[in-house]
Every structure is written in structure tokens, then in C-alpha cells.
Write a protein that binds this ligand. Structure first.
Ligand code: 3PG
Length: 306
């Protein structure tokens, strides 16, 4: 029987698994689960006879693919696929897909939620600030960026965006002011919400010079990837500018430096939490299962990324 493996170090909500199973049962496939694994050896063993794997931020390397002799498709239930070795997959004739948009609202709600938390000094009883009337810059206007913009407008924020792949007219139609460069975005916004992918071009690209363009009281909100931040530059900026704050959905490698030096000026989730809602788990998990069924039964390669 064709085996579909869900390999998630950070598990889906149980109801999402139930709904994924409904899809795979109806297609006549077997569903196997490897959740909360702690060791790569467990993953290597579990993939051995899997034709398809559903993952989250789990790393699918050449080694994992070599251990998966039956593997035809990997679906990243989510947006970013920097955790999959695409070149190795292509070499081995393995299709890689993501499920764009399925967890976008969850990530956007976390971004805004963390902004409110920090604006209110983590509800410690002291006077904070409001989001209304402030300007937010969306750095890359994809599915998450668009949802952040929608919610920010509800808070009465002015919304700007920089995305070279989106037409100005499309932004304007959604009440968002386009700007021509990242530098211009950072220089003109109180908050920046990051939504760029992590790749060779973007890793370390959010650096001291760019961040230092933000006006006094600037806040960077990172629900993208920690790798896009130049951490040494970020720490220097936090040292040079006592007004600057950093919020991130997953702590930087240098989180101890932040704890020691920058109390009250940062917030980090202990584990990446943006997509960790019941709704996002169901949406992304079921989409992944449906995409696998459509690929294995009909050769449908919509959402293929390699
Ligand atoms: C994504 O790229 O979809 C998000 O970062 C969510 O990642 P997760 O599935 O590991 O929570």
C-alpha cells in the first residue's frame, strides 16, 4: 500500500491529523505518523518506505532522501521551503511542493499580536503606546504580508510595502502605499514586518545600515526567518540606539546577549509559533494531503517549487 508519512517535529493539532487521514483513507493510501521526533535516525527509519512525506520546518536533506527509496513527493505544509534541499530533490526526481497561503493568517495574527504585546510593555502595568496612527512597512507583500496589512489597517495604521514582484497598482488597490526600495521603506516606517524568504540572496540582508534608517522608536517584527538578520549588526544597532526594539517568532542565536543587555526591548517566542493554530494546521495539513493525492493519482504538479 502506498505510504504517506507525516514527519513533524512540531506536531499538528490532533484534529488536523484526523482530517489528513480522511483524505489519505479516501484515496486508498496508508497514513503513518512520526511526531515530536528528537533524533535524525528516527526520521531516516520512518521515511524508508514512504512514497510521500508531509513536513513543517523539518529538514529534508539528501541523506533523508537517500534513505527514502520509494519517495516521489515532499510537501512542506506551509510557506517557506528553505528546509528542503531542492537541488538534491530534483537530482533524485522527487517533487517538492509548499501550500502557499494556508497558514498566512495565523502568522499575520501573531505578528500583530506581538506588536501589541511590546507596545503595552508586556502588560506590566506601565503606560505603553498605541498602534493607531503609526506606519507599518511590509517587507515583501506575499500571503502573510497581505494579511498583516489587512489587520494593521483595522488598527488604524498607515501601511506601506516594498516588493519588487508586486505591481504598484495591486498594492494601491488594497490601500497600501508602494515604495521603491527597502531603504525607503525602513526610513519611513515606525514598524517593519519582515516577510522575505531565506535564500542565498536574503540571508544576512537585514543589516545595521538598513535598520538604522528607521525613525526613532523603530520596531522590527520578524515572522520570516532568523537567518535573514545580520545578528552582529542587529546587536550593534540595539547597543547604539536605546530606542530600537526587535520582535521575532523564534529567538536569534544570540538570544542570551539580548537577555543580558536589552531588557524590555525585545520579545522572542520560545519556538516558532506563527503557524501554530488549529486553523492553520488543518488548512496546511489537509492542503498538503490533497496535493499529494492529486500528484500521485493524476500527476498534478500545481505548487511544485523545484
Ligand atoms: C512557514 O514557512 O510556513 C512558517 O514558517 C511556519 O512554519 P512551521 O510549519 O514550522 O510552524
Amino acid at each position: 500500500m502506498t505510504k504517506i508519512l507525516v514527519a513533524t517535529e512540531k506536531p499538528f493539532a490532533p484534529a488536523a491529523i484526523d482530517q489528513i487521514k480522511e483524505v489519505t483513507d479516501a484515496a486508498g493510501f496508508e497514513l503513518a505518523l512520526l511526531e515530536k521526533y528528537t533524533d535524525k535516525a528516527q526520521l531516516l527509519e520512518a521515511v524508508a518506505d514512504a512514497a510521500a512525506i508531509i513536513i513543517r520546518s523539518d529538514k529534508i536533506t539528501a541523506e533523508v532522501m537517500d534513505a527514502a527509496k520509494e519517495l516521489k513527493i515532499v510537501v512542506r505544509a506551509g510557506a517557506g521551503y528553505d528546509n528542503v534541499d531542492l537541488a538534491a530533490a530534483t537530482e533524485r526526481n522527487v517533487v517538492v511542493m509548499n501550500t502557499p497561503g494556508q497558514n498566512a493568517n495565523a502568522v499575520a495574527e501573531l505578528a500583530i499580536g506581538m506588536m501589541v504585546l511590546l507596545a503595552r510593555n508586556s502588560y506590566n502595568g506601565t503606560a505603553g503606546v498605541e498602534l493607531k496612527g503609526k506606519t507599518i512597512g511590509i517587507h515583501a507583500y506575499g500571503n502573510v504580508g497581505r494579511n498583516v496589512a489587512r489587520i494593521a489597517k483595522g488598527f488604524g495604521m498607515e501601511v506601506k510595502a516594498f516588493d519588487p514582484f508586486v505591481e504598484d497598482a495591486a498594492l494601491e488597490a488594497e490601500g497600501v502605499t508602494p515604495v521603491a526600495s527597502a531603504e525607503e521603506l525602513y526610513a519611513s516606517c515606525n514598524y517593519i514586518s519582515l516577510h522575505i524568504p531565506a535564500n542565498d540572496k536574503t540571508k544576512g540582508s537585514i543589516n545595521y545600515d538598513l535598520l538604522n534608517k528607521m525613525p526613532e522608536g523603530g520596531v522590527l517584527v520578524n515572522t520570516a526567518r532568523k537567518e535573514v538578520i545580520d545578528e552582529a549588526g542587529m546587536i550593534k544597532l540595539m547597543e547604539d540606539r536605546a530606542d530600537f526594539k526587535y520582535i521575532s517568532d523564534i529567538a536569534p542565536d544570540s538570544k542570551d546577549v539580548f537577555a543580558e543587555k536589552f531588557e524590555g526591548r525585545f520579545f522572542f517566542t520560545p519556538k516558532k509559533m506563527g503557524a501554530q493554530t488549529f486553523e492553520a494546521n488543518v488548512n496546511a495539513g489537509v492542503a498538503a494531503a490533497n496535493q499529494i493525492v492529486a500528484f500521485l493519482k493524476e500527476g498534478d504538479v500545481t505548487f511544485k517549487v523545484n
